[in-house]
Design a protein. Sequence first.
Length: 261
Amino acid sequence: MSVLTPQAGTQAIYRVNPVAKLGATAIISIALVLSIDWVSAAVALAFESVLFLFAGLSLRRFALRTLPVTIAAFFSAVTILLYGQPSGQSYLQFLLINVSDGSIELAIATLLRVLAIGLPAVVLFVTVDPTDLADGLAQVLHLPSRFVIGALGGLRLVGLFIDDWKSLELARRARGIADRGRLRRFAGQAFALLVLSIRRGSKLATAMEARGFGASNRRSWARESRFGAAEVALLVIGVVVAAVSVTVSVATGNWNFIVGG
């Protein structure tokens, strides 16, 4: 199974239009990127943690899917902690490293903010089928069908590229040219995959043009993309999470508008 293909689920979130999922994620993300403080991010993350329970993901699958975001958040926080702008009491100084009250607070805010923005995006993406997303983008948002179908075709190829990478690795090992020099092997294999992807993409584009996918006239769709009460409810939840996070941050005096300060 492709890593981009979500597992079928009986939870309601699987039946929600992907456009609404993208909209809810965007609303929360926009609210959080306007300020650098730990309160708004912590409040949003608390709400999201409750909502994650309804995503139908096991703890192991949730941890594996969100591992890249967790790693990115950790290293971002460590970088800010060591090299952030110092303020208040300083606890450690060594060359460019300066750990102070200000850098600690900013590191915590960065950690929570990356998690609050990244985790819901990953979780919602797991519950999205690429074809449903393409239907929603074209029928609900009325994006150009040529762009939407082309993007869908490219997204479907990602899983094949993973299989191609494994096949290239096995083929090179069978020929005895993958035993030494990991960096050199990786570079050569990456170039081979690039050439293969360009050829496959060109063939796919030609095939899609031959089948009329690139026509400029108004096209029909096999499945109707609906946007109803469930989608509106998800957007409302996103607005509520964003509004409460900002309100609590402003009320506690922690709001730090990026443009203003």
